[in-house]
Write a protein that binds this ligand. Structure first.
Ligand SMILES: Nc1ncnc2c1ncn2[C@@H]1O[C@H](COP(=O)(O)OP(=O)(O)OP(=O)(O)O)[C@@H](O)[C@H]1O
Ligand SMILES: [Mg+2]
Length: 315
């Protein structure tokens, strides 16, 4: 199946969804994706929304621990292998009202490289769940699984630490998603020859950025170029700076935003930052969600503000 069919499917899927899907990713392991997914889910549930948190860290699933439930008996692996036929049978309640969880695979065999067909089926069934919001905790890295779930979600947010390796991986992630989307749009608009022509003519110039490429396409074929630009600009990833300790750390989010605009020509929404807070590991150790264990922690305010900002964005 070509990427273009997938894109069409994805667009159809998102059109008919009953609930909104938010995906939380990050180029790197250990940056706080699961913490953000768990506590964003709790925040929404406490606001009165019906929420399902889905552990898509296939192979490294631990969302159940973040939400204080034992390893669920049935996981997405059972659904993919058809041992379970109704995705609703994977839902497990949590101690938090309005919040349920669907667990990912404990063992990555067979599910780490989901076929497009499976991905689409999972997305379409998740979109049909009886919920207001479905949150996906994506694994680390830039596998096609992760990129595709990120692209297909209604909102995709990246968690970033204020350190060079995490920032580098964030750019790598954004670049990979950008290229995957560009490929889809190329097929959708049937403009591969145009892109190739623009790319060839760009090879000799030093500023060979995606922004320059789009400019070149517009020069060659203004109508198609504009269309391409419109499609690209529909992609608006969100970023969250985690474990910040200073204003400098907070400002890194704005720099990333600027670089993405200049280099990729895409607008990134900086939806908020989360302070470094020692109570995080205490709650992890107690296997109790932070928002429940430390309702007065600074992070609770951070989460409230960030979630409100996400809700206010109509995309
Ligand atoms: N704001 C924070 N303040 C203090 N510690 C934090 C904060 N965010 C995350 N941590 C610490 O970082 C660890 C990793 O967080 P988490 O498990 O959420 O990351 P992850 O991105 O899901 O990792 P993985 O890629 O392994 O799934 C946590 O155990 C926690 O101790
Ligand atoms: Mg995790």
């Amino acid at each position: 199946m070509s990427i273009i069919n997938d894109l069409n499917n994805n667009e159809l899927l998102s059109h008919h969804r009953k609930c909104k899907i938010w995906a939380i990713g990050g180029g790197k392991g250990g940056v706080g994706k699961s913490l953000v997914t768990a506590n964003t889910s709790i925040c929404l549930a406490l606001m009165g929304y019906k929420v399902v948190t889905v552990d898509l860290d296939l192979g490294g699933a631990n969302m159940h621990t973040c939400l204080g439930v034992p390893i669920p008996e049935k996981t997405l692996s059972d659904y993919v292998s058809k041992k379970v036929t109704d995705i609703n049978d994977l839902l497990v309640s949590t101690p938090i009202k309005n919040l349920q969880i669907i667990s990912g695979a404990q063992d990555e065999l067979g599910i780490a490289n989901l076929k497009q067909m499976h991905k689409n089926k999972i997305l379409s069934k998740l979109g049909d769940l009886d919920a207001d919001y479905v949150l996906l905790d994506l694994g680390a890295g830039t596998s096609y699984n992760t990129l595709d779930f990120f692209i297909s979600a209604d909102k995709g947010a990246l968690v970033i630490l204020p350190e060079p390796t995490s920032i580098e991986n964030t750019y790598r992630f954004i670049k990979s998603v950008y290229h995957r989307r560009l490929k889809m749009i190329e097929e959708l608009l049937d403009i591969q020859p145009l892109i190739n022509q623009a790319m060839n003519s760009k090879l000799s110039t030093p500023q060979n950025t995606p922004v320059e490429l789009i400019k070149k396409v517009i020069e060659i074929n203004p109508e198609m170029g504009q269309k391409l630009q419109r499609e690209i600009s529909k992609f608006r990833p969100k970023i969250i700076m985690n474990q910040v300790r200073s204003q400098n750390d907070i400002d890194i989010g704005f720099s990333i935003q600027n670089v993405c605009r200049r280099y990729f020509g895409i607008n990134i929404d900086y939806v908020g930052y989360l302070d470094y807070d020692a109570s995080v590991w205490q709650s992890v150790k107690k296997r109790r969600p932070l928002l429940m264990e430390f309702p007065n922690s600074k992070l609770v305010n951070n989460f409230d503000r960030m979630v409100q900002k996400m809700l206010d964005m109509n995309d």
